[in-house]
Design a protein around this ligand. Structure first.
Ligand code: GDP
Ligand code: MG
Length: 194
């Protein structure tokens, strides 16, 4: 079994003891400008902030309650600069969200490459990493370059979850992505249990 299955956090209790909370490490991958930081901030704060430092990379923690279970979600908002080692993210992650923008065909083509690099890593390490493909900026319908059917087809082909989202408007669609990948990781952890 993978060591991620046993990774937990200690949560202090009123009586001084502590309980272990399961942890879920989720990394967001995708080319610059697709909305990885916007989605991360939206999920963490329910707010949409227009401008972030595009070269910023950070990891955030959120306590969550999913299906009546208290958990800790860690999110790595990446910035994939040239020459950076994508395996660094994959080693850390229990699950991956690959993001493209529905307004950029190039970002969609790159999403395929990101998915392939995750699958290559999986084959090499024989560790299953649940994957979600996300077409972001669905509020910019009039600038759409990638149809929902194309996004869905890529996800079906690569056997990953698929969502379209907007970080600018609806919170629910963003939460659905993160909860979806957490549940997929949970299923994967259960499969690894002896
Ligand atoms: P990153 O490089 O993938 O982290 O992309 P950012 O999160 O920095 O977003 C790049 C730009 O796209 C910023 O100006 C954001 O405000 C904008 N943006 C991100 N998500 C959305 C979205 O869902 N809708 C719209 N209209 N703009 C978005
Ligand atoms: Mg960013």
């Amino acid at each position: 079994a993978s060591n991620t299955a046993t990774m937990t956090s200690r949560k202090p209790q009123r009586n001084g003891s502590s309980v272990s909370l399961p942890e879920f490490n989720i990394a967001l991958l995708g080319v610059l400008g697709v909305g990885k930081s916007a989605l991360t901030v939206k999920y963490l704060t329910r707010r949409y902030i227009m401008e972030y430092d595009p070269y910023m990379e950070d990891t955030y923690t959120k306590h969550e309650c999913i299906d009546a279970q208290e958990i800790i979600v860690r999110i790595m908002d990446t910035y994939d600069r040239e020459g950076s080692d994508p395996e660094r993210y994959l080693r850390w992650a229990d699950g991956i969200i690959v993001v493209y923008s529905i307004t950029s065909r190039q970002s969609y083509e790159e999403a395929r490459n990101y998915i392939c690099s995750v699958l290559n890593y999986q084959n090499k390490t024989t560790r299953e990493i649940p994957l979600a493909l996300v077409g972001n900026k669905m509020d910019l319908e009039r600038y759409r370059q990638v149809s929902k059917a194309e996004g869905s087809a890529l996800a079906t082909e690569q056997e990953c979850l698929f969502y379209e989202t907007t970080a600018a408007e609806d919170y629910q669609c963003v939460e659905t992505v993160f909860h979806g990948i957490v549940k997929e990781i949970q299923r994967e952890k259960e499969r690894q249990m002896p």
